[in-house]
Design a binder for this molecule. Sequence first.
Ligand code: 5AD
Ligand code: SF4
Length: 361
Amino acid sequence: MKIDQLLSQSDFSHADLVNLLACNDADMLLLLEKGKKIKQEYVSNKVFLRGLVELSNTCVKNCLYCGIRCENTKIQRYFLNDDEVLEAVRFALDHNFPSLVLQSGERTDTAFVNRITLLLEKIRKYSNTPIGITLSMGEQSEEVYRRWFDAGANRYLLRIEATNPNLYKKIHPTDTLHDYQKRINSLYLLKKLGYQTGTGVMIGLPFQTLDDLAQDLLFFKKIDIDMVGMGPYVEHPDTPLFQHQAQLLSKEDRMNLSLKMIAILRIMMKDINIAAATALQSLDDLGREKALNAGANVIMPNLTPEKYREGYKLYENKPSTHEEAHDTTTALENRILSTGDTIAYGEQGDSKHFIEKKKIL
Ligand code: 5AD
Ligand code: SF4
């Protein structure tokens, strides 16, 4: 099928998706243009900012791709104190983007769960205005997810990482802690509890095929997700997956494939929030801007205090400069404006898809 014909559809079969993902450079430009056009039409050109706070790099898991996996003894583990988190909250409020993502490695022990609950309550009391809080803290029990929701978290990000169970197995250890079905169930739990729920995958993983990526896109649609954050896989030398580095797509190809995924998803799910993932920027300095031009509408400036940045290296070349926080209003704004988009200051930036769904219920 020709690209014009494919792009005139808004529902794609598995075969259509593979064709779109495999399209040549000239067709890719048309695809990205269409992604941007649909974004403008359905969610406008206003980009939502979320201050990203990387709370702790301690993790009980051992994902084969991740630099902060528990078996990596080369890094120093840290946990921000509450004041440091509140400082980031202050920064986001002062700069008029009342929305945060609190991310950390996975832990399920009581001390951790209680700490997060108290922190959420503290943030709620600290801020005079309502603030959107996204958690990204992995798989937890229903009770814990409920506690955190009641304490003030209203969004949750849990990337499925790879929807093909066989691929999932190849990039995770085989044990109960890294159980594919449990991760899927967690996503359904989050939805049931009322969270705006986000997921995502890594793009360009070793062993991954275009069929897998097509399946990923169909999965997002099937579970009717509210937000997606997906970005390129970036190898990390201190991880087991690094040994497959020779078989990876080039950085440019991983970048282009990521942009295609974003544009296709925007066409398929017109009113969801799609993040321009930080990993895009580690492959290409203009990666996030390119993502905005393909249909993404969320950017997460990193507000983690500088001294901890080195410790949160999930992958190689992760942007870790201090600039980000302080340049939020200047450099980042200019980067966003350069794409023709504007910034949705003053807004928490709920997923339109989620709001519309709630209206119907
Ligand atoms: N490359 C790209 N993304 C990675 N993540 C972890 N390791 C890598 C890597 N090597 C992503 C995972 C996880 C998120 C917090 O970071 O998708 O969900
Ligand atoms: Fe832990 Fe997440 Fe890294 Fe896996 S990807 S090791 S769960 S921080």
